[in-house]
Design a binder for this molecule. Structure first.
Ligand SMILES: Nc1nc2c(ncn2[C@@H]2O[C@H](COP(=O)(O)OP(=O)(O)OP(=O)(O)O)[C@@H](O)[C@H]2O)c(=O)[nH]1
Ligand SMILES: C[S@@+](CC[C@H](N)C(=O)[O-])C[C@H]1O[C@@H](n2cnc3c(N)ncnc32)[C@H](O)[C@@H]1O
Ligand code: SF4
Ligand code: SF4
Length: 323
């Protein structure tokens, strides 16, 4: 197992398979790469299945035991089943999707080895859903959630970004997962870093306080030290990375972009290493380097300069200059 300078073991990888998407959600960070392209745009920059599998095999050698496939919309990849089937057995395989392509395909993914799925669902009203996702596919998403449940992918986590447009839906969504067996809710703090629009922020502490008052039980998940609230039999997990050093201190995943760049942190693009035409031994070395250079984004306001020295980053200067 590889460990970075901050004592964080790397146990998981998060692989973006494409930056194409059939939605155009108003808040989308596209896994740290900014705006998404449409589904029909060229796709010759995407890693092929062989490249993805080769990387996963190397990661497995270092004891990595879980992989999350994401995007863009990862189900636009027609070879997703093949990639999952060829993923090393020791890895738990999960997928984050907008759900529209799950009807008719969820079972094939399970047959290939998919163990868990998160489906993004930001609202319970088709019109609001369409406004947020710039898509009219609400019914397809609901069908997708049902298809996942029927294929045995339980519990299915519903991802909901909490921001100005959705905050009003939180109570309804909490009831929704309590009333529907097999569903769990994941409330994601809106991250403005890569999208702009700080005015859409909601104070996530208020959501924590509200859930804590209603909760029968509260647990801490090891990953990111996330809180989980049990309310009337339903589970609600909060993903609250923004300015949260504890979240970063418990971050154990390396990321891979759809183009095959290794990336130590969602919010950083200054540490990208292209796997391009690398052979296995070069990928091993690159993986070691990326882990060695990982820095908790919040909590440590340090960055390596071109000479490889540590220096205070712009964020620190903006926040603390003159303080
Ligand atoms: N900043 C930051 N945000 C994260 C991180 N992990 C997850 N998130 C946010 O949470 C969103 C949803 O994550 P998912 O892809 O559903 O998966 P997950 O919650 O990380 O993993 P599981 O709960 O194990 O399925 C991501 O797209 C990010 O917006 C992280 O390490 N750092
Ligand atoms: C980038 S999407 C990729 C997978 C898939 N297309 C989907 O929507 O589930 C992964 C997750 O990131 C979340 N997300 C996107 N932009 C975000 C932002 N600015 N702040 C917080 N979460 C965000 C989405 O809600 C989604 O659950
Ligand atoms: S469905 Fe996912 S990738 Fe597509 S725009 Fe929405 S959040 Fe981004
Ligand atoms: S270091 Fe922090 S911001 Fe970066 S990926 Fe990990 S948890 Fe997210």
């Amino acid at each position: 197992m590889l460990t970075d300078e901050f004592g964080r073991e790397v146990t998981g990888v998060r692989v973006s398979l494409t930056d194409r998407c059939n939605f155009d959600c108003v808040y989308c960070h596209n896994e740290g790469l900014g705006d998404t392209r449409g589904p029909m745009d060229p796709q010759d920059d995407e890693m092929g299945a062989d490249d993805v599998v080769r990387f996963l095999e190397v990661a497995a050698e270092f004891g990595v035991d879980s992989v999350k496939f994401t995007g863009g919309e990862p189900m636009l990849r027609q070879d997703l089943e093949e990639i999952i089937r060829r993923t090393p057995d020791q890895m738990e395989v999960s997928l984050t999707t907008n759900g529209t392509f799950l009807p008719g395909r969820a079972e094939a993914l399970v047959d290939a080895g998919l163990e868990r799925v998160n489906v993004s669902q930001d609202a319970l009203d088709p019109q609001d859903f369409a406004e947020i996702t710039k898509s009219g596919a609400y019914e397809k998403v609901i069908e997708g959630v049902d298809a996942a449940l029927e294929s045995g992918l339980t519990p299915v986590k519903l991802n909901m970004v909490v921001f100005e447009h959705t905050a009003g839906y939180v109570p309804e969504m909490v009831d929704h997962v309590a009333e529907n067996e097999g569903l769990q809710l994941q409330l994601i703090e809106y991250m403005p870093e890569l999208t702009g629009k700080p005015e859409w922020n909601i104070d996530i502490e208020r959501v924590h306080d509200w859930l804590a008052e209603k909760a029968d039980d509260i647990e801490h998940r090891e990953m990111h030290d996330r809180k989980r609230y049990w309310i009337n039999g339903g589970m609600v997990e909060i993903v609250d990375p923004v300015e949260n050093p504890t979240f970063c201190a418990n971050c154990h995943r390396v990321r891979v972009t759809h183009e095959g760049y290794l990336k130590g942190c969602l919010n950083r693009n200054d540490d990208l290493v292209s796997m391009g035409d690398m052979d296995r031994s070069e990928i091993r070395a690159a993986f070691r380097d990326v882990v060695a250079n990982r820095v908790p984004y919040y909590g440590e306001y340090m960055i390596r300069n071109d000479e490889g020295e540590w220096e205070i980053n712009d964020k620190y200067i903006e926040e603390y200059a003159g303080a």
